[in-house]
Write a protein that binds this ligand. Sequence first.
Ligand code: PLP
Ligand code: COI
Length: 339
Amino acid sequence: MNNIDWKNLPFGYFKTDYNVRCYFRNNEWGELEISSSEYVNIHMAATALHYGQSAFEGLKAFRGKDGKIRIFRLEENAKRMQNSAYGIMMADVPTELFREAVLTAVKLNEKFIPPYGEGASLYIRPVLFGSGAQVGVKPANEYLLIVFVGPVGPYFKEGFNPVSIQIVRDFDRAAPLGTGCYKVGGNYAASLRAGERAHHEGFASVLFLDAKEKKYIDEAGPANFFGIKGNKYITPESKSILPSITNMSLRQLAEDIGLTVEKRQVSVDELGEFEEVGACGTAAVISPIKRILDRDTNKEFLYCKDGKAGPVSTKLYNMLRAIQEGEIEDKYNWNTIVE
Ligand code: PLP
Ligand code: COI
């Protein structure tokens, strides 16, 4: 094995040897089970299938120059899964269970962790869903947590090369008091039609606006949005966006290099004032944006005029990658080293 073409990996499903599972039944979590099947046997009336009781996480493991394996901000992903479980009334996954499931899945599939320097990583996908039957609209009384992993390359095929995105007003991914702040399957279902249309029209992603006023920037598809203006790192505050752990990390790194961080509403009109803009997330890392087209007004905002990512985005990207791959000090203890 290991004739994997690490450098050209897409972001997608990759079959590995094992996944890890745990059932919540009779009000308690059972033992972790190791499986080599890619399938689950599920009740046809499972709430995940009918009523969308399903949430997932996405985190990454990296092989460092020193050969060590690091998992980035595992506790934050555990917390967010707890939040998602709360949001759609699923069983809470204790941080210890989350950690053990993730570490077990990573260790069992160690040979799939891309070597250092290939621009790839091991994507870890925990998923939690209602596996118990209901026909009335009620939460299930049985849940299944599965953690599977797979080596991935960049989410947007452009990698760290700038992408074009599209502002839309005829679709919302989430409502202000809906589930946008949770990482639940329904949000992604709601984003599919707009996302696929954007791809057909030549854009890497949609830029969703706030559902109520259609005035402020929400999210860039499966990633948060940020902009650089002078000495400021600016990112939207909104009830309907997913609190990105990458964005949280970039805000800290931005402060560390002397930028002022602003988390506030960002109106579409402000787009013309940014020197750099980007999308950030575990899968996207930082995707610099070169062009934003407003699909309704045809107004265009252009960045990266020399074809390359801007200096601040580049610096933040390099810092983040260097922490994840163990090249610079992890002064906030973001990494879990897999022993
Ligand atoms: N926003 C959405 C809708 C996402 O799916 C993701 C991906 O996880 C993000 C933002 C970025 O979050 P994170 O940086 O925690 O991966
Ligand atoms: C992530 O960045 O982990 C995501 O979940 C994005 C997408 C693949 C849903």
